[in-house]
Write a new protein. Structure first.
Length: 143
């Protein structure tokens, strides 16, 4: 089940976040959660938060800021469901589309975005640690 996140979910979200490469600190996560322009959604299995997505609403474009799934629950379609939910949530707003940056070697994430209709449109060189580049992806409304 997917629902809007509450502040009381932040500990669970942070626990998932620390299982990722380059995790956010709790402080950054909390500040982002409290930003009025972000929306957080969580995926629950048996009342346990096992995944989350954060989206930043920049008026005409929605940025997927972060998405992560508990390592024990990966490859079950949970991230894909969260992305689709985020797309659906904003689809009737007056937006150009959805965008994100993904590390060039993050194959599972790239797969998730491609499955949801995102296309690579550019590169930001050396955007991440270890000289890894970011792939910029977009999904325009109507595509
Ligand atoms: C990226 C992430 C959110 C995906 O979550 P998930 O719930 O496992 O994703 P899904 O199950 O919806 O889809 C994963 C897809 O990647 C595929 N995949 C998994 N490992 C892969 C690999 N090494 N190479 C290519 N594809 C891979 C899976 O087969 C699946 O595709 P399929 O449904 O066509 O079989 C999860 O791996 C994660 O939390 N990673 C750490 C955080 C992160 O990197 N976030 C992205 C920031 S941009």
């Amino acid at each position: 089940m997917i629902r809007e996140a509450r502040e009381s979910d932040l500990d669970d979200i942070f626990e998932i976040e620390v299982g990722t490469i380059d995790p956010w600190t709790f402080g950054i996560l909390e500040a982002d959660f409290k930003n009025e322009s972000t929306n957080y959604f969580v995926y629950e299995v048996d009342n346990k938060v096992v995944g989350y997505i954060s989206l930043l609403n920049l008026a005409s474009e929605i940025h997927i800021n972060n998405i992560a799934v508990d390592i024990d629950y990966r490859n079950k379609g949970i991230a894909t469901s969260l992305v689709e939910y985020g797309i659906e949530y904003f689809k009737d707003k007056d937006i150009l589309g959805y965008t994100l940056e993904v590390r060039e070697d993050n194959y599972p994430a790239i797969k998730v975005y491609e499955k949801s209709g995102f296309k690579a449109v550019g590169i930001r060189k050396n955007y991440y640690s270890n000289n890894k580049s970011a792939i910029i992806m977009w999904k325009y409304i109507g595509e």
